[in-house]
Design a protein around this ligand. Structure first.
Ligand SMILES: Nc1ncnc2c1ncn2[C@@H]1O[C@H](COP(=O)(O)OP(=O)(O)O)[C@@H](O)[C@H]1O
Ligand SMILES: [Mg+2]
Length: 241
């Protein structure tokens, strides 16, 4: 079998006295949707930040198509093909959707080239009609798509989505999930952090579960939903809250 597209091995990260990630390893194959789940504070966002170079792990390795990414700056990692969207959307509110999205393309292209690519990315996520709208006037589902379009404009192979569906209602979530399936069919690898279990269970081929910075389980959605350690991690926290 071909080696996995993304190979994460032994990632550890400490913040002062807090071991936020302990020896976390996972693989992703091209065209897979992987769900990264775990209680609040488990280290999901921190893992994403370590993968894309916003934080440097204390130890471990992140390889994308065999190339080591640890130690590279975020824009170099994006240029290699992996980006993340942000848990709290950070768009330029007084700029248009098109201008927000084209910033993703400036790394590899001229402004004109980035604008052309940005238009393609808007079409790809179904929001060509709002290209000129100001970011501050967007609805939640529009925002979620703009974030994805901006990430796509960096031309990624692996896209990390951090709670992209958080503000969406049921119907909006279904529409967004259809978009993610379409991206997967186009060959993108997706790793998604999501609290909505319905979305996770129906979208993902494989789940990875973090608890207190440790990987406690990995498997298919069916395997994970009957894994006692996973049930304990969720129930234990909610009972303590
Ligand atoms: N920059 C930081 N400095 C110190 N502690 C942090 C930092 N970022 C996250 N943490 C801590 O690391 C732990 C994991 O956080 P996070 O990755 O945001 O969890 P999750 O995304 O799973 O909810 C939490 O205890 C959080 O308070
Ligand atoms: Mg988080």
């Amino acid at each position: 079998m071909a080696e996995p597209q993304l190979q994460v091995s032994g990632i550890s990260k400490r913040f002062g006295g807090l071991q936020a990630l302990s020896n976390v390893s996972l693989d992703a194959n091209a065209g897979e949707i992987i769900g990264l789940i775990g209680p609040n504070g488990a280290g999901k966002t921190t893992l994403f930040s370590n993968l894309v170079g916003l934080h440097r792990p204390d130890s471990g390795s992140v390889r994308l198509q065999g190339k080591e990414l640890v130690g590279l700056k975020p824009h170099r990692i994006a240029a290699t093909g992996m980006v993340k969207t942000f848990q709290n959307v950070a768009l330029f509110l007084d700029s248009s959707v098109l201008d927000n999205v084209l910033t993703g393309g400036l790394m590899r292209r001229s402004v004109e080239g980035a604008r052309e690519l940005a238009r393609q990315c808007l079409a790809r996520v179904g929001i060509s009609a709002i290209a000129d709208k100001l970011a501050r006037d967007l609805s939640f589902p529009e925002r979620a798509r703009v974030e994805v379009a901006r990430a796509l404009c960096t031309e990624p192979r692996v896209l990390l989505l951090d709670e992209a569906m958080a503000a969406l209602n049921h119907l909006e979530m279904d529409e967004f999930m259809a978009l993610l399936r379409q991206l997967r069919e186009e060959g993108l690898t997706l790793i998604i952090v999501e609290h909505h279990m319905r979305a996770i269970m129906s979208l993902c081929q494989r789940l990875v579960v973090l608890n207190f910075g440790q990987l406690i389980a990995t498997g298919t959605p069916a395997e994970i939903s009957r894994n006692p350690a996973v049930v304990e991690a969720y129930l234990g926290r909610s009972a303590a809250a």
